[in-house]
Design a binder for this molecule. Structure first.
Ligand code: G3H
Ligand code: ZN
Length: 313
């Protein structure tokens, strides 16, 4: 084992770590922090399994669950975070949100930049293509000045919106909302975005009503469609709605350009289960840590990824 692996990972820019992960097909999971004490639990799991991951927080984590604010998560990350195993990502800054409302996206991005987040995501997926390109390009310009990576989204990863989804099989078979490879090529060229979130059969876990506590449908992925996107983009691709995707599809996706997978619902539900009726935070952290470890060791089988990554840095 390399002696200076820790130092190499601590010092490497996230853009480089992601590039190395993409080239070597090493998965970087991104765990959503829906409650502040999850930061400590996720970090413990990463240290114990010697795995590199992102900790991320989205607007719904703050408005609908217990992440409080981008600043609160940053402060928690300062207490428990460790750059040898992780970086901090601002997830989903929508231009139009899940309720169809316009969002002051620029000030949210600027907030993350001034707080020192390592990467941000601008989500213009509810906009027409030209508008999405314009907003994403602007985000890239602002963020790259700070050395911060940008993730964009093209296509519709449904599930956060109110109301019932069409039956999953119907969605999958019709390819409705899937990212178009032609649009993806143009989007990447014209925006200069670092990573691209794609829709290939993945859906988000629900964040409202009774459905938010239920098990997600087991999604599949159209791997051929992913291959077409990967061929014309050449940058790390991102899979949102990571909870509950059938394992064999996830493993194929990693071999075909997916570098980052976002996992929200599964670990939030583990935390809430542990919390129970008596708000037992310790138990909630224990459940979260166990779930993260299980995903790393038996689902993705990426234990020890810090050593693979550091060798190639
Ligand atoms: O951005 C967050 C993720 O896409 C989480 O999706 O809650 O279905 O795991 P999930
Ligand atoms: Zn997402």
């Amino acid at each position: 084992m390399e002696e200076n692996w820790r130092e190499k990972l601590e010092k490497a820019p996230l853009s480089r770590i992601m590039e190395v992960a993409y080239e070597n097909q090493v998965l970087i999971p991104a765990f959503n922090v829906a409650y502040l004490p999850m930061v400590e639990a996720i970090m413990e799991a990463l240290r114990e399994t010697e795995t590199f991951a992102l900790l991320e927080v989205s607007r719904p984590d703050i408005t609908r669950f217990g992440a409080k604010s981008f600043q609160a998560v940053k402060e928690e990350y300062e207490r428990f975070g460790d750059l040898a195993f992780s970086r901090l990502h601002q997830d989903h800054v929508p231009v139009i949100d899940e309720e169809g409302e316009k969002v002051d996206w620029k000030s949210l991005i600027e907030e993350a930049l001034s707080l020192g987040y390592h990467s941000v995501m601008i989500d213009g997926s509810r906009l027409p293509l030209d508008e999405n390109i314009r907003v994403t390009r602007e985000t890239v310009m602002i963020s790259h000045r700070h050395g911060v990576c940008v993730e964009g989204e093209l296509g519709s990863v449904l599930g956060h919106e109110k109301g019932p989804l069409p039956p999953y099989e119907e969605l999958f078979q019709s390819g409705q909302g899937f990212t178009s490879p032609e649009d993806a090529q143009r989007f990447v060229q014209e925006t200069g975005v670092d990573w691209l979130s794609v829709a290939i059969g993945n859906i988000h876990g629900a964040i409202t009503g009774a459905a938010k506590d239920q098990k997600k449908v087991e999604a599949r992925l159209n791997i051929q469609h992913l291959q077409q996107i990967a061929r014309v983009t050449g940058i790390p691709l991102v899979l949102h709605g990571g909870s509950g995707i059938k394992r064999e599809y996830v493993l194929e996706a990693i071999k075909n350009g997916i570098t980052k997978i976002n996992i929200g619902t599964e670990i939030r539900q583990a935390y809430e289960r542990g919390l129970g009726e008596n708000s037992n935070i310790e138990e909630a952290q224990k459940e979260t840590k166990e779930k993260v470890k299980e995903l790393i060791t038996s689902y993705y089988e990426i234990e020890g990824s810090v050593h693979i990554l550091s060798k190639k840095l």
